[in-house]
Design a protein around this ligand. Structure first.
Ligand SMILES: [Zn+2]
Length: 427
């Protein structure tokens, strides 16, 4: 062995050894901490690799020469990998067990929120699993949840609720107020208003009882807001707990929100980029740090609907939320930012316009899920389902900040995301 090879070998041994030490104690030999003060987890619901490609094509105005230089904010993150998404009882997950896996590190059955796999929807309760949000609360960190769906919908709910059935949103809303979450922003006002009351948006309450949780939340110290202007006016320096409910059910798709903004400024809903900015301003006052989950929740709904323009614009709005998180995190090296998805939705196929030489543009992309092969020599396909379905394919993960390198160790499972966040926060 020549001297250069020998010293390279020694260096490698030293590097491997220090890597082992650093993963064991959370600090490397030079004292650089791998631990993070804050963790921001961003989940694009139904956002697989094809949805990201579609968003970039949209951002380039479907122009190939522009496309070459187009990047999403999440494309520039330090580490990239891919994640398996299966649930305890299915190759194809729904949002409930996928979010449970990220929130608790455990697989559970489809439809179940943060209970173990002895639970079956509407049949049997399981044992409660402890979530990353609960661990953070217990350790004195501040916590926040943001989504464009109802805040009682599966993805955010997995971080604070323990129910055998994701559709039990009245109970989920009650559990949210008991969770102590400091910043709550999204839709779903109806589950905070009893069935004989009218909600602040003028719609009848959707709870299965007569409780008025909006009053309870004021008693618990929450400041309430119901539109984008109200959210903007919040003085984050003087607000400790914030509950923003911007719609009776899900918030608008980004396309519709923009359209409404052009027509009228009244009652407008906040965008997915502005909600994280306000939340981070408030949460970052805690010297111990914070955990924040941000969901681009309606990319999935647009996928079920087979609606390309809504997928593209909601994915781009989600990417704006990623930018808000990265803008905060880039100021100092104490925040782990993770961007991922719970599952792909639609089986989106970006196929060429010209099938033989591939020149030209893209044929209108198609959604291959919910489609079955008919008997016959040419394997014709028919669309069997009204809505496109989720699929079993792996999803992307990107990360920046302390601990980010752990997401890029080949394929990781969605349960690993919990461990990575827990290790980073030292919980
Ligand atoms: Zn879905």
């Amino acid at each position: 062995m020549n001297r250069r090879l020998l010293s390279a070998g020694l260096l490698l041994i030293v590097a491997v050894f220090s890597g082992l030490v650093s993963s064991g104690i959370g600090e490397d030999a030079t004292g650089n901490s791998e631990s993070a003060k804050n963790v921001i987890l961003l989940i694009g619901d139904g956002m697989g690799f094809p949805q990201l490609t579609l968003a970039r094509i949209e951002k380039s105005n479907e122009n190939l020469s522009e496309y070459a230089s187009v990047n999403l904010s999440m494309d520039g993150m330090e580490q990239t990998g891919y994640v398996s998404t299966y649930s305890a009882n299915s190759f194809v997950t729904d949002s409930a067990p996928a979010a449970t896996a990220m929130a608790t590190g455990e697989k559970t059955n489809n439809g179940v929120l943060s209970e173990d796999k002895t639970a079956f929807p509407k049949k049997r309760d399981g044992n409660n699993l402890t979530t990353i949000l609960e661990l953070a609360e217990k350790d004195g960190l501040s916590t926040g949840l943001i989504t464009t769906t109802r805040i009682t919908h599966a993805t955010p709910a997995a971080f604070y609720a323990h129910v055998d059935n994701r559709d039990n949103e009245s109970e989920i809303a009650s559990q949210l107020l008991r969770s102590g979450t400091d910043v709550i922003l999204g839709g779903g006002m109806q589950y905070f208003v009893g069935r004989n009351h009218t909600d602040p948006a003028g719609k009848m309450g959707g709870r299965d009882d007569d409780r008025y949780l909006l009053a309870d939340s004021v008693s618990l110290g929450y400041t309430l807001v119901f539109n984008g202007t109200g959210l903007q006016k919040i003085d984050a320096a003087k607000t400790d707990k914030l509950l923003g409910l911007f719609s009776s059910s899900h918030m608008q798709y980004e396309l519709e929100r923009n359209e409404l903004e052009r027509i009228s400024s009244e009652d407008k809903q906040p965008g997915l980029a502005s909600m994280p900015r306000k939340a981070i301003e408030l949460l970052s006052r805690n010297p111990k740090g914070f955990f924040l989950m941000i969901e681009g929740g309606r990319i999935d709904h647009a996928g079920h609907e087979r609606n390309l323009s809504r997928i593209a614009s909601d994915t781009l709005a989600f990417d704006d939320a990623v930018k808000s998180a990265l803008d905060f995190a880039s100021k100092k090296n104490d925040t782990l930012v993770i961007v991922t998805a719970d599952h792909e939705c639609g089986g989106l196929v970006l196929q060429p316009e010209n099938f033989t030489d591939y020149e030209g543009g893209l044929l209108d992309p198609i959604f291959a899920s919910g489609t079955v092969r008919t008997a016959g020599p040419r394997y014709d396909f028919i669309t069997e389902m009204d809505e496109a379905t989720h699929t079993a394919v792996d999803v992307p993960i990107m990360a920046s900040g302390p601990g980010a390198e752990k997401v890029s160790h080949g394929k990781i499972d969605n349960t690993r995301i919990f461990q990575i966040m827990k290790e980073a926060l030292g919980l």
